[in-house]
Structures are given as C-alpha cells and as structure tokens.
Design a protein around this ligand. Structure first.
Ligand code: ADP
Ligand code: MG
Length: 235
C-alpha cells in the first residue's frame, strides 16, 4: 500500500528519520543559558559549525580545549558561547572573569563586537584593551569592572602595571589565533599575563594551524587539554 517498511533489505531495523537532520544537534539542544540562546537564535545562528559542535560541549564541561580549524570555521563563537554561558550576568565582585587574548587590535575589536552581540540580553560588561587607542578610555573601561576583557597582550600588560590590575579573578582565558600570539614577539607579555592568572582557570587555545613548539602549550598553562582538530572539513 506504499507504506514504508521499518526494515531494510536485510531485515535490519531502519533508523527512524528524525525531524532534526543535523546529527550534532542544534544550539537549542545544547542546554544553553536562555539569554544566550535567544541572542544566537535571533542573530540567525541555529546550527553549530563542526568546530563549535565538537568544542563547545567540552568547554561547557570545564575542560581545557585546544581547537584547530581553518579560518572562517566559526572559532569565535566556539569560545564565546561557553564563556557567556558560564558568566551569565554581571558580577559586582571586582575583577575580570574572562580574558580573551588576540594578536591584533582588529581581531580584538571584532571579537568584542561578537561578544556584545551574543551577550545582548545579559548585563555582562565587555572591555576592549588594545594598542593604538587612547589609554584614558581603556582605564575607564577597566575601572567599570568588566566581566569579559578582550585584549592584545602588549596593551594589557601596560594596563596591568599602570592600574595594578589583578588577573586572579579570571576563570577562563582564551588564546585566539594562538599560532600568531605565540610568535616570539609576544612571549614576554604572555609570561607577564600568565604569572597573574589563577592556576584554577580554564584555558582554551584556538588556531588555524598547530602552534609549532610544544613549549608554547606550556606557556599557555593548559591542563590536560582535549585536542579538537578539523582538517579540510567544511562547515
Ligand atoms: P574563524 O575565527 O574560525 O576564522 P569566525 O568565528 O570569524 O571564524 O566565523 C566566520 C563566520 O562564520 C562569521 O561571519 C560568523 O558570523 C559565521 N558563523 C559562525 N558560527 C556560525 C554558525 N553557527 N552558523 C552560521 N554562521 C556562523
Ligand atoms: Mg578567528
């Protein structure tokens, strides 16, 4: 009568077709903080990209993650979603709770913009700390007790020293574009920053390529990290 059988030619039970054709699930199925999920959905993000699908659950579970995937694969949301999900709302306690390190001012500004979008329905405060901009505005931004700081290493170290900032309240640190961050020029600044971080923080490292030296992983202070590596895989 044209009805489909639930057995295949070998008599094995067929998998039922699910309304959700995406095997990795949706952002909806990740059990995210409602204000975060709302911002993602209203921004038109419904399905995680492969790198997001694999790294977000690990980060949500508290693991340190080393994620490698090509440019344009969606790494920004892969690290921002777990951070916003963890912080949820502004804290009156003094000190930043998440730190995102970027190798260039442009990348920092861009990441902060995405962070503001996804935390649009929260009262999280986000500060951008980058070189080439007036120090006064950044002093002010840091004095406003931001929850999330997106920074380039040089300017952050400058502010740390000038304002005697402590980074001991940082619960999650992200090294974005880690291969570029770990270029030797940033080594002294990264050391300054790392000395001030709590050993209990969560650390994630995102990159398009594998950083060439193992010592660089040590420099980031990763603890039993999970490696997620997507080769030529598409989105
Ligand atoms: P990468 O840092 O890996 O180079 P980005 O994080 O900048 O990549 O993301 C590349 C583009 O993909 C951006 O325009 C971003 O808005 C888009 N994007 C990210 N995640 C998703 C998603 N889940 N669904 C649709 N578009 C996405
Ligand atoms: Mg990126």
């Amino acid at each position: 009568d044209g009805k489909l059988t639930d057995k295949d030619a070998n008599g094995h039970k067929k998998k039922k077709a699910k309304p959700n054709k995406n095997p990795g699930g949706t952002f909806q199925s990740l059990d995210l903080y409602p204000s975060l999920l709302r911002a993602l959905l209203l921004r038109g993000f419904r399905l995680p990209t492969p790198i997001q699908r694999r790294s977000i659950p690990l980060a949500l579970a508290g693991r340190d993650v080393v994620a490698m995937a090509r440019t344009g694969s969606g790494k920004t949301l892969a690290f921002l979603i777990p951070i916003v999900n963890k912080l949820k709302a502004h804290s009156e306690r003094v000190g930043a709770r998440a730190l995102i390190l970027e190798p260039t001012r442009e990348l920092a500004v861009q990441t902060a913009k995405v962070a503001k979008e996804v935390s649009k329905y929260t009262d999280l405060r986000i500060a951008v700390v980058v070189g080439g901009e007036g120090l006064e505005d950044q002093f002010e931004a840091m004095a406003g007790n931001p929850d999330i700081v997106v920074a380039t290493p040089g300017r952050l170290v400058h502010l740390i020293i000038e304002m005697s900032l402590s980074l001991s309240t940082v619960e999650a640190v992200v090294y974005d574009e880690a291969d570029r961050l770990f270029e030797l020029g940033f080594a002294p600044q990264l050391r300054e920053i790392q000395h001030r971080l709590s050993p209990n923080r969560q650390t994630s490292l995102f990159s398009a390529t594998l950083p060439s030296l193992l010592v660089e992983f040590a420099r980031a202070g990763l603890r039993d990290p999970v490696m997620v590596r997507l080769e030529a895989e598409g989105r």
